[in-house]
Design a protein. Structure first.
Lengths: 224, 224
DNA sequence: CACAGTTTATGAATATTCTTATTGTCGAAG
DNA sequence: CTTCGACAATAAGAATATTCATAAACTGTG
């Protein structure tokens, strides 16, 4: 899975690259628009992270070029958060998704994954962890061929944690990612804990889940 | 609630104006950039619909000008479908929401409403219809002071229909607006009908709801 | 170690959402 | 006017989500 990171801030680019490499992606960094255009022309990328705040030209020229020639490449646009905190529906922008700085790396990888999956249709591999196989197409999980019946929320949580395995995911991240609209959520509730608990119970029936950790004061983590 | 419609297509502008006037907004039309800038300078608008395809200049200049001087005005940018660069550029300048042509007028009014509400915080009036008062802040409804207990989905549906009162809203529109992700929804189900039914039952306890119509083959409508 | 304070886990009750099957209603065609 | 087919309303119930109260586990401190 090849990713092109178009970002002039080298520190950030490296941070992102390291994180994604960790997740099994192969990354290349382009610091300028021209570099990006060269890279895209010559290579076969699955996705591109495009920071619009580039020094040598408009980032959306890159996007335009990509959209003209390569249809199979997923693009996630990254922008600085403007004066207004309202998010705009990414689908209307022509990019496949977008993020505003600052963003959580875990959120980036989750979205990247989702976007690539959509783009490639159903050809993408299932997620596999400790014998469990997550079939993302149809929200099914199985353990060594035996299907496990998870609810949608349970699946979402499991998928998000697996996607960001070996990283602690906070309850806030889960809420943001799965429920979306934070404001409407009554936060003095432990509903995430409950879902995690139910999820664990179902997984535990099939095998030990000591790799599904609680990180006190922080959140949850799945280790591999 | 004052809205400035910046749109050179006069037919469309009038259509939008009439629709919004209907919803209780006070609208003014500007056909050109200069007109728009004049209007903004002199008056106090709550929101602006900004079509980027203007003949006499760059719609972005208008947006930029607005952002420099008036912070409390909500801007919804309207672009023709396919203008990728426009969209991204607009995002950069900080529009509050986007629509691509062609758009449903009901969707426009719903977004406009949401954007204004967000902008003004919680100072906005409640929605009122046939004695029912929808307090948007905290998802509560009351009839002549007596609270009515609606579930979230019921409230969402009620609000969307009230917001677009006197217009037929299709089941698809409700699905798109309230559930968002259409793809995950098993569409051979009548769950919307069921929610509508439950909603009606709750409203009906307090008063007759003959104003809450079913429009056969189309959808639902709330009349005033 | 014992304690208090805090965080997480658990079990159970409640509420909500969604599905399914059935019945009722409307409108067009004959 | 009747019949048929499509659509909507209804009822019941299954599945899921959330809340709540309480128990257990952990952390730091004396």
């Amino acid at each position: 899975m090849n990713i092109l990171i178009v970002e002039d801030n080298k520190e950030l680019a490296i941070e992102v690259r390291d994180f994604l490499s960790d997740g099994g992606y192969v990354c290349k960094i382009a610091n300028t628009c021209n570099e990006a255009l060269d890279e895209i022309g010559g290579n076969d990328y699955d996705a591109m992270l495009l920071d619009l705040g580039l020094p040598d030209g408009d980032g959306f020229d890159v996007l335009k070029a990509v959209r003209k020639t390569k249809s199979k490449i997923a693009v996630i646009v990254i922008t600085a958060r403007g004066g207004l905190d309202d998010r705009i529906d990414g689908l209307h922008l022509g990019a496949d998704d977008y993020l505003t700085k600052p963003f959580a790396l875990t959120e980036l990888s989750a979205r990247l994954f989702a976007v690539i999956r959509r783009m490639h249709g159903y050809t993408l591999n299932d997620l596999v962890v400790h014998g469990f196989s997550l079939q993302l197409q149809d929200y099914k999980v199985s353990y060594e061929g035996m299907p496990i019946n998870l609810t949608k929320k349970e699946f979402d949580i499991f998928q998000y944690l697996v996607l960001n395995k070996n990283r602690v995911i906070t309850r806030l991240q889960l809420t943001e990612h799965i429920w979306g609209d934070i404001l409407e959520i009554n936060s003095d509730s432990n509903f995430i804990d409950v879902h995690v608990r139910n999820l664990r119970k179902k997984l535990d029936k099939h095998t030990t889940i000591d790799w599904f950790e609680t990180v006190r004061n922080v959140g949850y983590r799945i280790n591999t």
